[in-house]
Structures are given as structure tokens and as C-alpha cells.
Design a protein around this ligand. Structure first.
Ligand SMILES: CSC[C@@H](O)[C@@H](O)C(=O)COP(=O)(O)O
Ligand SMILES: [Zn+2]
Length: 206
């Protein structure tokens, strides 16, 4: 049975409490969404403390990022969510976080991608069944013009249908999944792997 708007809103509220509690969504940063219908998303409004969301702090949008609820300010990064729902009909939840490790690692990594390899925890990502492959995480330069940033992301998504997430340099992570629980698992996996990468690099001095 499909989940009601109230249930989906509660999933977003619970995700915010968890992600804020882990330190991955500080100071009103981050935005979260679920698919509300084939052609609609339910997204966090802009500027709210993500550890203290209430049922009024979400709004419905169409998949072009237009608000369907007057009087509420959509997340500044709405287009980065809706493009994922349009890209893949199997995406049911999208999470954007702002952890220290994602921010630092994306700044330390030269070039346009982070390559994760030889980590058992790669298997937490959708479609990955062994540590032996590579999980490639593209890194896009930050841009306050979100339509322009979304236009940078789209060709990567189109060329990589198995993409599980991306970084925005000095900004944060986007990841997604069929359900909120999948997206949350992937945030945790990314955070574990980002921390491993930073520790390995510090020890190897590279
Ligand atoms: C508090 S700075 C972070 C924001 O600029 C933005 O990147 C962000 O993640 C939250 O924006 P929001 O409009 O609340 O969805
Ligand atoms: Zn952000």
C-alpha cells in the first residue's frame, strides 16, 4: 500500500533528527525529500533546522521544482532533488547532507571524482556486491545558481545510470534510494567511507 503524505512527512522528520544527531546536517543545512506521486516530490522547506522539523516544514512540488503549496518557501536546492526523480522512476527518497568529512574530502580531492575501492562497506550501496569494484563519486564545483549546477549534474547521471551519489565541492553529499531507509543507509556508508579515506590519506600523507 502506498504511504500517505503524513507517513512520508514523518519519514523526513525522522531522517532530519537522525542526520542532525550524527552531525551531518548542522546549522539549518541539508534538504530531504521523498516521492509523493509519480510526478510529485515532498521536500523540506527552506531554512529550517533539520533536527527540529515539524509536519508543516515540508511541501509538495512538481518534478520541474515548482511548489504546489502557496505560502511555503521551497528548499533552495529543490531542482537537485526533482532532477533525480525525473532521471530514475525508481528513486523514492533523496537526502542531501553537509558533513565535515564530505566537505573536507571534496576539497582535498583534485579532479572531478572520488574513487572508492577495496572497502567491504561499498556493498551497502545499491547494486554493489563486492569490494572488488570501484564506486565512483563525481565531484561538481559548488554553484549558488542551482539550475546551472543541476545542468552540470544531468549529463553525469545520464551517462552513469548506476550512480549512487555525488559530492558538491566544499558543500556536501547527495544520495538517494528506492525508500528512505535505503537513502539513509547510503548516507551512513558514504560517511564511513569518507572518514576512512581521510584517515588513510592522513597516514599515507597523500
Ligand atoms: C545553511 S547553509 C546551507 C544552504 O545554503 C544549503 O546548501 C542547504 O543545504 C539548505 O538549504 P535549504 O534552502 O534550507 O534547503
Ligand atoms: Zn546544501
Amino acid at each position: 500500500m502506498p504511504m500517505s503524505r503524513e507517513q512520508l512527512a514523518q519519514e523526513i522528520i525522522d531522517a532530519g533528527r537522525f542526520l542532525y544527531g550524527r552531525g551531518w546536517s548542522p546549522a539549518t543545512s541539508s534538504n530531504y525529500s521523498t516521492r509523493l506521486a509519480a510526478d510529485q516530490a515532498l521536500l523540506t522547506v527552506s531554512g529550517k533546522h533539520k533536527g527540529q522539523l515539524g509536519t508543516d516544514d515540508v511541501l509538495a512540488t512538481d518534478l520541474d521544482g515548482n511548489s504546489l503549496e502557496a505560502g511555503k518557501k521551497p528548499s533552495a536546492e529543490t531542482l537537485l532533488h526533482t532532477q533525480l526523480y525525473r532521471w530514475n522512476g525508481g528513486v523514492g527518497a533523496v537526502l542531501h547532507t553537509h558533513s565535515v568529512n564530505a566537505t573536507v574530502l571534496s576539497r582535498l580531492t583534485a579532479g572531478d571524482r572520488l574513487v572508492l575501492e577495496d572497502y567491504e562497506l561499498q556493498k551497502a550501496f545499491s547494486g554493489v556486491s563486492s569490494h572488488e569494484g570501484q564506486v565512483i563519486v563525481p565531484i561538481f564545483d559548488n554553484d549558488q545558481d542551482i539550475a546551472r549546477l543541476a545542468a552540470q549534474v544531468q549529463p553525469w547521471l545520464d551517462a552513469h545510470p548506476d550512480c549512487v551519489g555525488y559530492l558538491i565541492r566544499g558543500h556536501g553529499l547527495y544520495t538517494w534510494g528506492p525508500r528512505m531507509s535505503d537513502a539513509l543507509r547510503q548516507v551512513e556508508a558514504f560517511e564511513f567511507l569518507f572518514e576512512c579515506e581521510l584517515k588513510v590519506r592522513a597516514i599515507l600523507n597523500r
